[in-house]
Design a protein around this ligand. Structure first.
Ligand code: SF4
Ligand code: SF4
Length: 385
C-alpha cells in the first residue's frame, strides 16, 4: 500500500503562545517570503506525480498574515493543479480574523487546533488566557464554515485528570485527537511535562473503554486509527508507516527537512527548494540516510513483533532527536503502542472467534446475541460514515 504524499510548509517557527512543553520560538522569528512559496511550487511541480496534501504548520502559521495566504494559496493551487493538492492548517487560531477565515474557506481548509481540556487544565499547561483566545478563533472559524478539530496534549500532570478532559470533549461535541507531551529537547528538565510511555499506554486503553461506553456520541480519532490499522494491517497515520520520503517539511528559508518536527535543526536539513532537489538527492543527504537507517533498524529490531506491519517502529523523530541523531532504539512510545495494539488485537480476536458477548452487526451472524459494543462496532461506525 502506497503512503500518501504530505508536504508541510512552515511559514515561521515563531508563536505568540508560550505553552510550557513546546519548542517554538519568539513571535518575531523569520517569516517565509512569497518568493519561497513560488520556489516550493516550482520544486514540487516535477518532484513526484502523486496527489499531495499541503499542511501549513508552525510555530504559528497565521503569524504570516492574510496577505501571505491570499497570495500563497492560488500560487500553490494553480501551479500544482496537476497534483490535485488539498490543504490543511495547524493553528492555535489566536490570529484568525474574519478576513483570513474567508481566504481559508475559499480553499476548504480543515483546521487542526489545540485545546488540552477545560480552561483551567488547558491554561495551566498552555499559559493563562490561551483557552479564551483559541475559542474566539474557533468561533470565527466556524462562523465562516471552517471545520476545526482539536488536538489534546496530555502531560504527566493532566493525565491525572483524564476523566474531566474526556467529559469536556464529550460535552462540547468535539472529536478528540490526543497527543502525548514529548520530552523537551531545550529544557533543563526534559521530562517535566512529558507523558511517560507506560502512562500513555494506560491512557489509550482507558480511552478505548470510554469510547466504547459512549459510542456514537464522540469520535476519538487515535482509537479509530489504531483499530483501522490493525484491521487492514497497514498504518493509517504517519507514526505507523514509513514516513521517510512520503512526508517532508519546508522551513521559512526553503530548507527541506524530513518532517515539521525537525525544522530549525540544521543537522536535519536535506536540501533547499531553491536547488530543486529530486527524491534521490534528498535520500542521499545525511538526514535522508539517517531516516533510511532507522527504517532498516526497525526491520531488524521489531522483526519479531506481531505488530510490525502497522507500527513500523513508531515515529523516527521520537527515536532519534533525543539522542542527537544516533539510532539507539525505536520510538520510546513502543511500550504504549504494544499495549494498545495487544489490547485491540486480543479483543478483536475474541469478538471474531471467541465469546459471543459483543455486537458484531453485519460482520457477524444475525443470530448472535446483541450485547456490549466492541472493536467491530468502532470499525462499523467508521465504515458507515
Ligand atoms: S517524523 Fe514522526 S511526526 Fe514526523 S512524519 Fe514521521 S512519524 Fe510523523
Ligand atoms: S510495538 Fe514496539 S516492537 Fe512492535 S513494531 Fe512497534 S515499536 Fe516495534
Amino acid at each position: 500500500m502506497k503512503s500518501p504524499f504530505h508536504v508541510m510548509i512552515i511559514p515561521t517557527l515563531g508563536c505568540p503562545s508560550k505553552c510550557h512543553y513546546c519548542w517554538s520560538s519568539d513571535e518575531g522569528s523569520p517569516r517565509m517570503s512569497i518568493e519561497t512559496i513560488r520556489e516550493i511550487t516550482e520544486w514540487l511541480k516535477d518532484y513526484r506525480s502523486d496527489q499531495v496534501t499541503i499542511t501549513f504548520h508552525g510555530g504559528e502559521p497565521l503569524l504570516a498574515g492574510a496577505d501571505f495566504f491570499r497570495q500563497a494559496l492560488p500560487i500553490l493551487a494553480g501551479g500544482l493543479g496537476h497534483l490535485n493538492p488539498t490543504f490543511a492548517l495547524q493553528s492555535n487560531l489566536w490570529r484568525l480574523t474574519p478576513e483570513l477565515a474567508r481566504i481559508l474557506a475559499e480553499y476548504n481548509i480543515p483546521i487542526g487546533s489545540s485545546i488540552d481540556g477545560p480552561e483551567e487544565i488547558n491554561d495551566a499547561q498552555r499559559g493563562k488566557g490561551y483557552f479564551q483566545k483559541t475559542m474566539r478563533g474557533y468561533e470565527i472559524a466556524t462562523a465562516n464554515g471552517l471545520e476545526v478539530r482539536f488536538i489534546c496534549t496530555f502531560t504527566r500532570l493532566s493525565v491525572e485528570r483524564k476523566e474531566e478532559i474526556f467529559n469536556f470533549f464529550l460535552a462540547r461535541g468535539f472529536p478528540l485527537k490526543l497527543h502525548p507531551a514529548l520530552p523537551s529537547l531545550r529544557s533543563e528538565d526534559p521530562k517535566e511535562w512529558a507523558l511517560e510511555p507506560e502512562a500513555y499506554g494506560d491512557l489509550l486503553v482507558y480511552l478505548l473503554d470510554k469510547y466504547l461506553e459512549n459510542l456514537g456520541q464522540i469520535e476519538i480519532m487515535n482509537i479509530n486509527d489504531l483499530c483501522k490499522c490493525i484491521f487492514i494491517r497497514h498504518g493509517t497515520v504517519c507514526t505507523f508507516v514509513d514516513c521517510m520520503g512520503n512526508t517532508l517539511a519546508v522551513g521559512p528559508d526553503g530548507s527541506i527537512y524530513p518532517c515539521y518536527r525537525f525544522v530549525g535543526m540544521p543537522e536535519y536539513v536535506m536540501g533547499n527548494v531553491y536547488d530543486r532537489p529530486t527524491p534521490d538527492d534528498l535520500a542521499r543527504s545525511d538526514a535522508g540516510k539517517l531516516m533510511h537507517a532507522f527504517k532498516e533498524y526497525v526491520d531488524r529490531e521489531c522483526g519479531e513483533c506481531r505488530h510490525i506491519r502497522y507500527c513500523r517502529g513508531g515515529c523516527p523523530y521520537n527515536a532519534i532527536a533525543p539522542t542527537n541523531g544516533e539510532i539507539r532504539g525505536v520510538d520510546p512510545h513502543c511500550i504504549a503502542y504494544r499495549r494498545i495494539f495487544d489490547e485491540i488485537t486480543d479483543r478483536l480476536n475474541d469478538e471474531m472467534f471467541g465469546s459471543t458477548d459483543f455486537e458484531t452487526g453485519e460482520f457477524g451472524s444475525p443470530y448472535r446475541r446483541k450485547a456490549k459494543p466492541g472493536i467491530m462496532s468502532i470499525l462499523q461506525a467508521m465504515a458507515t460514515k
